[in-house]
Design a protein around this ligand. Structure first.
Ligand code: ADP
Ligand code: MG
Length: 377
């Protein structure tokens, strides 16, 4: 099996350079000058809402959809004119569609038999793949008797069978219920690590993307809105639309005043009183990190940056009423109606959550405040 250590100096296995795909519908650009790279042994996950061009991207790389501009390179080689079956990529479709008339082994070995792999080798490979995906001994089972999760595993084994140099997964866990999805995503990650598989996956599900990926690429309307490690994208969304798509809600226009610029730049991140920066927001003044430049911004306050206190607390920045609460397993999300400004969402441990209609003070932790570019226009 391939060596699984990652060499950052290596040229990417897959490179997209300004790839554009247009469909006949007037002026519809499904992919608009997309740049993207996947390094060998890396898992890159493209995250975007439905219709953002994710499936089109995978089909273009697979050679199933012609491109109207830009270049796709695999291992440095331009794929223009290379037919799908010569690209050495595996694609697991969104609706994985196993062949119902074939049993599990028949499904997995399909691509191997097309390649006229010797029978003994096929048998060995099928057994190996079934072990790998956690379905040992399932060779003779009929596809119709498999659960959704088992079908997904068989579809994955089928995609892995010919040993593609790049494995592409379209909404790999989309159809499964949440518990199963969360378990499978961890298994997949371990499997790809162990095999050293290079993976390009696409999904609309943030949790799936962040759990699976070494790098996340956020797509919107056929364009790359942001790319980075899961931590980078999560910590610092590129803009308000990306932040909203990632599930953040506490967003508002803000203006950071001129203040004492010298003191700010000298503060060097130290959060002492003298270096406090404050933004004017619809909620009132909100502390922002030292060093935040003056001017207009969109402000994002992570829910964890809102600490509840009594409404009389001097330290409280915003006073709110608890409108509603939802239970999210290990914590509660509180929906807060501020005295002014848009709704705020805060998280807190279930036991310390105040009931609905309670008046609370909210202390904002500037370390959890992110300034994003101002809204266009
Ligand atoms: P996603 O997978 O992110 O949901 P798709 O790549 O399937 O998005 O589609 C992106 C856009 O391109 C959508 O607006 C879709 O309607 C359009 N589209 C996709 N395939 C075709 C096609 N074969 N002909 C015309 N339009 C298409
Ligand atoms: Mg799709």
């Amino acid at each position: 099996m391939a060596e699984t250590t990652r060499d950052p100096g290596q040229a990417p296995l897959l490179e997209l350079d300004g790839v554009t795909v247009r469909f006949d519908r007037p002026r519809h650009t499904a992919l608009d000058a997309v740049d993207l790279a996947v390094a060998e042994h890396q898992t890159v996950c493209v995250l975007g809402p439905s219709g953002s061009g994710k499936s089109t991207l995978l089909r273009a790389v697979a050679g199933l959809t012609p491109v109207d501009g830009g270049a796709i390179r695999l291992a440095g080689r331009d794929q223009a004119g290379v037919p799908a079956h010569r690209r050495g990529v595996g694609l697991m479709f969104q609706d994985h569609q196993l062949f119902p008339q074939l049993d599990v082994a028949g499904n997995i070995s399909f691509g191997l038999r097309v390649r006229r792999t010797p029978r003994a080798e096929v048998t060995r490979r099928v057994a190996e793949l079934l072990d790998l995906v956690g379905l040992p001994g399932a060779q003779r089972r009929a596809v119709a008797t498999l659960s959704g999760g088992e079908q997904q595993r068989v579809a994955l084994a089928r995609a892995l069978a010919p040993g593609p140099r790049l494995l592409m997964l379209d909404e790999p866990l989309g159809a499964l219920d949440r518990t199963l999805r969360e378990r499978l995503v961890v298994e997949l990650r371990q499997l790809f690590r162990r095999l050293g598989t290079t993976v390009l996956a696409v999904t609309h599900d943030q949790g799936e993307a962040f759990a699976l990926a070494d790098r996340v690429v956020v797509m919107r309307e056929g364009r790359v809105a942001q790319s980075g490690t899961p931590a980078e994208v999560w910590q610092r969304p590129a803009d308000a639309a990306t932040a909203r798509f990632l599930g953040f809600h506490n967003l508002a226009e803000a203006r950071v005043g001129e203040g004492d610029g010298a003191a700010d730049s000298a503060a060097d991140g130290a959060a002492d009183g003298a270096s406090r920066r404050v933004a004017d927001t619809p909620w009132g003044p909100v502390p922002v990190p030292a060093g935040t430049p003056s001017g207009r911004h969109q402000l994002l306050i992570r829910p964890s940056g809102l600490a509840l206190t009594s409404p009389e607390d001097e330290a409280a920045t915003v006073r709110c009423t608890v409108r509603a609460r939802t239970f999210r397993g290990d914590h509660l999300v509180l929906f807060l109606t501020p005295e002014r400004g848009p709704e705020l969402q805060a998280t807190c441990p279930p036991r310390s959550a105040p009931p609905d209609d309670t008046r609370v003070g909210v202390v904002v932790d500037p370390a959890e405040v992110v300034t994003l570019p101002p809204a266009a226009g």
